[in-house]
Design a protein around this ligand. Sequence first.
Ligand SMILES: [Zn+2]
Length: 127
Amino acid sequence: MSVKQPVRCNCGQRIVTKDVTQTGYYLRMMGPSFVYVKYRCSRCKKLGEQFVKQEDWEAGILNDIPIEVNDGERHKLTKMGPISIHEQIGFHFRLEKNEGLRDLIVGVADQKAAKWSRSDETEDTTA
Ligand SMILES: [Zn+2]
């Protein structure tokens, strides 16, 4: 039932581990315990404080969102440059045609970077 809300400053900035200046435990005999978090926001530089449920705290609520691309992929993406308005329009129309995701990926890759060396798997994914 409990959705893990990230700790946020009043300005909306997400608070991560490096912003935290002080923590403490607020233990209760009954009901959930809380962790007291004091922080300085990295965007607006204001100090803030918040109580976080201990179970949420232990789930790594302050962890940065992990970056999913590796160095090679990042290099490729950088070389491809920003997504152009023409690519966005093309993508829009392709979505309207409701093609399968596989066709969509292949089509975009062909347009954008034929130089990408992809390993085309031949298995049929239309299940
Ligand atoms: Zn802030």
